[in-house]
Design a protein around this ligand. Structure first.
Ligand code: PHE
Ligand code: ZN
Length: 858
């Protein structure tokens, strides 16, 4: 495990692989603790790397080499810890075949990368560098080849990439005609059943679709299947992209480090992103399933047909594919609601990352462990950057550029330079300055001031990006700022216009106005920046009431809530009447989509408030934040009790359940009302809802509210008894008990739940359901005793040798440590140092805690 001093990999060191791989044939003889993998790889010298070269193949510690040969001649080679080298002198000139037989132990593989077992089935995870734990291979994305796979096993269902090309009793063969990098390889063998459907592409190719699950789970696949068909159609309609194999298989597995994986023709999913029924899944789960099914499907073109040259280019596939899945969801549901949700996630995860010790560019330049770079910055900011690009070149320019991208780079392992070049070639726009969005870390701060005289209104912007680790100076970026102007009656006098900020400071004039306008700036959140503008509560309330841009309408209310809350928390102010009245007006406005109203009513979370306070140069006090937010919620519950109870009652639905956006929006608004009413009715409504709910959205919502009202006891027990056999629901049972209720008890609850027989800690979903939920309880996690920190670090130390990837990701609970007071900083630093000193710490976790410890406390 432990490398004494792991060396960083640098983008600047990139060199093409000295060989090209023309074909790969693999044969698997599956057995839980002794699987044999036979490989035959046809290689040829790469003209891009003239001269003779050693053949270096990657291969991790778990591989036992049985034999290796070149052109049938046995080799006498001994692998080292990271691979095997065949000296140039032992290689013929020109083409040759490398063959190997290795033995691996999937049953002992708890890391969930490479070939492993989950719930009695074999499955694989190869991104980013898992294939090297299956056999010796040039495990890098720029080595692409067609694969043929032969599988022998007594399992009834044997799957791999591409099309089926033969099968018999105890074996199956698969052929993938499309060349691909090894990280897209997949194999599944298990006792599975298929839910089947069919899709005919626009050029008439019939595709057999199957979702493979364990017996008993078939009735929870319908939504995933429907989402898949809609995704396939959408990619044809909107991007002109058709599917390219005869089959498309999805497999649901219980043990998975991430959400899902886009392996060619054989997507593997965390079961929580496939299985859903109204009784077991919330509206949020349904929406996530729809978007992740789309995301993985869209990778077929953005990721698979065109892949990444190296892992520094990860955003090439991920940023673009997130952008595509976000657009898909906007088209399927409400575009403004989707935009608000995405910005909430961006700020909660990416802004947080960008402000702390783990900040890195969308395209990093160095890494120790690539698995630590599947981040909010690469994914979410990567998608924002594409949204800006689209805004700058227009819809038509974007479509032309994308057509050119698919045309020019199909079959390539491409770079961000290639990506930007297609935009330059298709639109004639120079993107040299725009490229800084990829190379420079940090969230720009845009300060706005305004002037008014004689019918002319001037907006002046200053941009500045704070330093991030390894990057002190930040030159100005191109920042598209969508602006609209309203007159004092609330009518729009200047419709949305995109201002392009390119200088450190810049002014824009609007002439011929009859009266001083109210500006609506950064409409649609047109750039991932922090906008700084001195304004008052009256103007925020005005925009909440009148802005024609739905994003900024919501944003005005959000900013107003934040102002009020930070005033209550830091200065002991009273809850604001103005805010309560403004929220009441939104609540009553039936012309607004219920989902949108629900978003307006949701108060900023405690973590969000801590970020806002830290940003304003204050030291956040977690207990005070919790108390302030509770006080405001109670004041709203009291101040609006009539409207809230009327809306709550009116939204009771008698229609048969549907997960569609309209019904989900109604439930979201109803639960938003309940959150306030629950603070004043002692939990009576929550109790009634818990007893009558026929869907998980309301059951889980009611259970959380009951725990908040300190009336959880019987309901918590009943919920467990009812769902004890449904893992995904028991995950929720763990989480709800940690994110609700009195935060002072969170660490104790976590300790108690960790002793529960259902706490299967090696399962990442379950581990996150408990530990991730504890970290998400801001006041509970940051309790002054440091008990939660200690407990959390103990478990990370325990998980690390079993599953370094999940451990490393979960260390990010500590990434904000420098924003707290000296006592908490000392407590967290001790825990980080304790993790860093753990025996045999993985490279994954070692890199993360090392970067966090390098942070200078504020
Ligand atoms: N490539 C996957 C996705 O975003 C994520 C993933 C990365 C899954 C690494 C597993 C391992 O769609
Ligand atoms: Zn992805």
């Amino acid at each position: 495990m432990k490398d004494a001093t792991p060396q960083p990999v640098l983008l600047a060191d990139y060199q093409p692989y000295p060989f090209v791989v023309n074909e790969v044939a693999l044969a698997f003889r599956l057995s839980p603790s002794a699987t044999r993998v036979l490989s035959r790889i046809l290689l040829a010298p790469n003209p891009e790397r003239p001269g003779r070269h050693d053949l270096r193949l990657d291969g991790g510690g778990g591989l036992k080499l049985i034999r290796a040969a070149v052109n049938g001649r046995m080799l006498d080679v001994t692998p080292d810890a990271e691979g095997v080298t065949v000296a140039a002198a032992d290689l013929p000139e020109g083409d040759f075949a490398f063959e190997a037989e290795v033995e691996i132990n999937p049953a002992a593989n708890t890391t969930l990368e490479g070939l492993y077992m989950s719930g009695g089935m074999y499955c694989t995870q190869c991104e980013a560098q898992g294939f090297r734990h299956i056999t010796f291979y040039p495990d890098r994305p720029d080595v692409m080849a067609p694969f043929r796979v032969h599988v022998e096993s007594d399992m009834p269902v044997l799957l791999s990439n591409g099309n089926p090309s033969g099968s018999g009793k105890g074996w199956a063969e698969w052929t993938d005609p499309w060349k691909k990098p090894a990280y897209l390889f997949a194999l599944v063998a298990g006792d599975l059943v298929a839910v089947r459907d069919r899709f005919t592409t626009k050029s008439g190719r019939a595709v057999d679709l199957a979702i493979w699950v364990r017996k008993g789970d078939e009735d929870r696949c319908a939504y995933a299947m429907d989402s898949l068909k809609r995704s396939m159609k959408w990619d044809e309609d909107v991007y002109g992209r058709e599917y390219d194999l005869d089959v498309f298989n999805i497999v649901a597995v219980d043990d998975f480090n991430m959400g899902a994986m886009e392996n060619k023709g054989l997507n593997i999913f965390n079961s929580k992103l496939v299985l859903a029924s109204p009784e077991t899944a919330t509206d949020g789960d349904f929406e996530r399933i729809e978007s992740v099914i789309a995301h993985e499907y869209f990778h077929n073109w953005t990721g698979n047909r065109i892949t990444c040259r190296d892992w520094f280019q990860l955003c090439l596939k991920e940023g673009l594919t997130v952008f595509r899945d976000q657009s898909f969801t906007s088209d399927m549901r409400s575009a403004p609601v989707k935009r608000i949700d995405d910005v909430l996630t961006l700020r909660a995860r990416q802004f947080r990352e960008d402000m702390g010790p783990l900040a890195h560019p969308v395209r990093p330049e160095s890494y120790i462990e690539i698995n630590n770079f599947y981040t909010a910055t690469v994914y979410e900011k990567g998608a924002e950057v594409i949204g800006m690009l689209k805004r700058l070149v227009g819809d038509e320019g974007y479509r032309k550029a994308l057509d050119l991208y698919f045309d020019r780079h199909d079959g390539d392992a491409a770079t961000i330079e290639d990506w930007l070049k297609v935009f330059e070639d298709a639109t004639g726009r120079d993107l040299a300055q725009f490229k800084r969005w990829y190379t420079d870390a940090g969230t720009p701060r845009v300060h706005v001031s305004e002037a008014w005289s004689d019918g002319t209104y001037t907006l002046t912007f200053h941009q500045k990006t704070p330093p991030t680790p390894g990057q002190d100076k930040k030159p100005p970026r191109v920042i598209p700022i969508a602006v609209g102007l309203l007159n004092p009656n609330g009518d729009e006098v200047v419709p949305t216009t995109v201002l392009e900020l390119t200088e450190p400071s810049q002014s824009f004039r609007f002439d011929g106005l009859a009266s001083r306008p109210v500006p609506s700036i950064l409409r649609g959140f047109s750039a991932p920046v922090v906008l700084e503008r001195a304004t008052d509560q009256a103007e925020r309330a005005f925009l909440l009431a009148h802005d024609t841009d739905p994003f900024n309408k919501w944003e005005a209310g959000r900013a107003l809530s934040k102002d009020v809350l930070t005033g209550m928390i830091a200065e002991g102010r009273e809850p604001s009447r103005r805010l309560i009245e403004a929220l009441g007006a939104v609540l009553r406005d039936e012309s607004l989509d219920p989902a949108f109203r629900a978003l307006c009513l949701r108060l900023p979370g405690e973590e969000d408030l801590a970020q806002a306070l830290a940003d304003a140069g204050r030291v956040p006090d977690p207990a005070a934040i919790h108390a302030g937010r509770e006080a405001l919620a109670r004041a709203i519950g009291t101040g609006l009790s009539g409207d809230l109870s009327a809306t709550y009652a009116a939204l009771e639905s008698r229609a048969p359940f549907s997960p569609d956006a309209a019904q989900a929006g109604g439930r979201a608004l109803r639960l938003a009302c309940l959150a306030f009413l629950n603070r004043v009715d002692g939990g009576d409504r929550a109790k009634a809802l818990f007893d009558s709910a026929n869907n998980m959205t309301e059951s889980a919502g009611a259970l959380g509210a009951l725990i908040d009202a300190e009336r959880g006891g019987a309901a918590v027990a009943a919920f467990h008894a009812r769902w004890k056999d449904v893992r995904l629901v028991i995950d929720k049972w763990f989480t709800l008990q940690l994110v609700h209720g009195n935060p002072a008890g969170a660490a104790a609850t976590a300790r108690r739940l960790a002793d529960h027989p259902d706490f299967d800690w090696k399962n990442p979903n379950r581990f996150r359901a408990l530990m991730g939920a504890l970290a998400a309880n801001h006041a509970g996690f940051h309790d002054a005793s440091g008990d939660a920190y200690r407990f959390y670090a103990d478990w990370l130390i325990r998980l690390d040798p079993v599953n370094p990837q999940t451990t490393a990701r979960m260390t990010t609970a500590f990434e904000t440590w420098t924003r707290y007071d000296a006592d908490r900083q000392a407590l967290i630093r001790d825990e980080l140092q304790r993790i860093a000193a753990a025996q045999g710490l993985s490279r994954n976790t070692g890199e993360m805690v090392g970067r966090m410890l390098a942070a200078k406390p504020a």
